[in-house]
Design a protein around this ligand. Structure first.
Ligand SMILES: [Fe+2]
Ligand SMILES: [Fe+2]
Length: 334
């Protein structure tokens, strides 16, 4: 079995130093399950989240550089008030994307894992890690709900767009809707969860270190990332248990859809952005969106999928996955 030189999540000193990359090796699940009581944010940091420090109205809610249209002249020409509204709605939508990934993709998959839908999940330490991760995810949803509500109160948000389901979920629903067999649907959910769980820290880190936004927002992202630093190796270990036990057809199906799971996880959401811009009353939305999409790399919010690449190598399927991880990595995340 391959042993990664990277430190495991439970060996990190604090969440403030940022999440560790997934580490795999013998006994990882046992070790992560044993460390959960002192590591899980629901056990250690609930008070910090539910009694947050004061909101600073001068600080932004969302990093400007993460708005893909931030430099577009038509957006810059809009009033400060409208641009601030877009900024706040972008933060709320970011939380909605995280929650939707947990509620509609990860949690149903953790249930399937707990209910024996997939092979290789029989040992106690495997089941224990699945249950702990599921508990974490439900808590994450609650944590992000608190953050959103705090924002709505502080910014006196009276109404919001009816946010679309995020781009990652839409792609999954479409493929699952086309699948005729239940095992295909189950594997799609497992694939989306595996890619999501081992990649989500790249998404959370976009905010975790940012100094231009509310400290509460960065705290939520860092706490969430600390749990996910354990979920990454857990899902990698789970996939190493499950994948070899799938039959040939199932393995082919998994390999075939892996590239879509990766690109949609990192995708900019071009159904969401026009919704937010129009809601805030920004003029020339169609032009802003079309110009933004035409920019090189305009379709991707994340380009760092080293963790998925490592998993693909460990499953020994790299030569069969139609995806060039090196190209994405060259750009890094924005
Ligand atoms: Fe989570
Ligand atoms: Fe997770």
């Amino acid at each position: 079995m391959t042993v990664s030189p990277v430190k495991a999540a439970d060996e990190r000193p604090t969440e403030e130093t940022g999440p560790a990359e997934p580490s795999v090796g013998p006994g990882v699940l046992k070790r992560l399950a044993a460390s959960w009581p002192r590591r899980a944010t629901i056990r250690t940091d609930m008070n910090r989240v539910s009694s947050p420090e004061a909101y600073d109205p001068e600080l932004l809610d969302y990093p400007v550089h993460l708005l893909p249209f931030a430099e577009h002249p038509a957006f810059l020409a809009a009033s400060e008030e409208k641009r601030r509204q877009v900024n706040t709605l972008a933060w709320i939508a970011y939380n909605e994307r995280v929650i939707a990934a947990e509620e509609y993709v990860a949690n149903p998959t953790f249930e399937k894992l707990a209910h024996g839908v997939f092979p290789g999940v029989d040992r106690y330490e495997v089941k224990e890690a699945v249950q702990q991760s599921h508990v974490d995810e439900v808590w994450h949803t609650y944590m992000h709900m608190i953050a959103m509500q705090r924002t709505r109160e502080a910014r006196a948000i009276g109404s919001e767009p009816d946010y679309v389901q995020p781009v990652t979920n839409r792609a999954l629903y479409e493929l699952a809707g086309q699948a005729s067999e239940q095992w295909e649907k189950d594997l799609l959910y497992l694939l989306w969860t595996a890619v999501g769980e081992i990649s989500i820290n790249a998404f959370l880190d976009l905010l975790g270190d940012d100094r231009t936004i509310q400290p509460l927002h960065t705290l939520i992202a860092r706490l969430h990332a600390r749990d996910e630093a354990a979920h990454g190796p857990i899902l990698a270990e789970l996939m190493k248990e499950i994948y070899p036990r799938l039959n040939k057809r199932q393995q082919e199906f998994f390999i075939q859809h892996l590239p879509t799971a990766v690109t949609t996880f990192g995708a900019e959401d071009y159904e969401l952005w026009p919704q937010i811009l129009r809601f805030a009353g920004i003029p020339r939305v169609t032009e802003i969106i079309e110009d933004t999409r035409r920019q090189p790399g305009g379709d991707l919010m994340l380009t760092d999928f080293r963790t998925v690449h490592r998993l693909v190598q460990e499953l020994e399927i790299e030569d069969r996955v139609d995806f060039d991880f090196r190209v994405l990595r060259a750009g890094g995340s924005r």
